[in-house]
Design a protein around this ligand. Sequence first.
Ligand code: CP
Length: 317
Amino acid sequence: MSRHLINLKDLERGAIQELLHLTDRFVEVGQRSIPKVPALRGKTIAMLFFEDSTRTRLSFDLAAKRLSADVLEFPTRSSSLSKGESIRDTVETIQAMGVDGLVIRHSSSGLPREIADRVNDSVAVINAGDGLNAHPTQGLLDAYTLCQHFHTVAGPQASLEGIHVGIIGDVKHSRVARSDVHAYTSLGATVTLVAPKSLQPPNVQDWPVQISEDLDSVLPTFDVVGLLRIQKERMEEGLIQSVDDYVDRYGITEARAAKLRNEVVITHPGPVNRGIELAEAVLEHRDNVLINRQVTNGVPVRMAVLFRLLGSGVEID
Ligand code: CP
């Protein structure tokens, strides 16, 4: 595995399985009375979130602290970016302070890769979501959550063979969908994307997936209903007719949820637009909505990534 984690497409199935296996060990650490290990003592990790985040930011922060690393928070809104300092100079400045890892979220696709190409050999860059491009730790935590649910995590042979995942919504603008598709298909799942033509990516025929515009015809075949956040600005861009029309065609309403087999699980990376991609009553009352489990798993998955890239690779305790 490379020194950086920029895109899951850089990882073969075996490397993904190794990270999921390592995650199991950090799940166990999280269950201890003191859920903290000294594995990254003496390491410093800077959190560079140029775009807003709740889950990813806080779980990277918690993961680093549970590994005993020092965490350097970068306050984007009160930094010298407001005086016109470039991101390149900002990163060089932070690097000059002697950090070991940079966790980067930015609205520009490709920025973490550009930074990874520039940093010193001793610095690891981890992509926490870049534009439409990739969200690798979300892909890992979603895959881990499904493997955990379907009891296929134990040991180094995590697998989603035989599982049919539907990914529903704004695939075109979703870095989560891109990373999930790679993670799920690498582990053997079948994936069907469900979206109107206007929200399908331009080169979707090259993706290793099936495609449908008609949710109701494919929904009964899914083991996993993977929802994506509908971004309201897409309506202003004319990519969806109206919220009501979207809910009617693609929302998991109470009526659609009632037709799902009991064992079908629902995932969503968050934040959820309640009442749009997922009905409030389904979110609150249906068993097998795994959204909180996804958030919980974000911490050990990110511990595994930080440990793998910054740790000795041997000792956790
Ligand atoms: N899933 C996800 O990336 O959420 P945040 O934007 O809150 O980090």
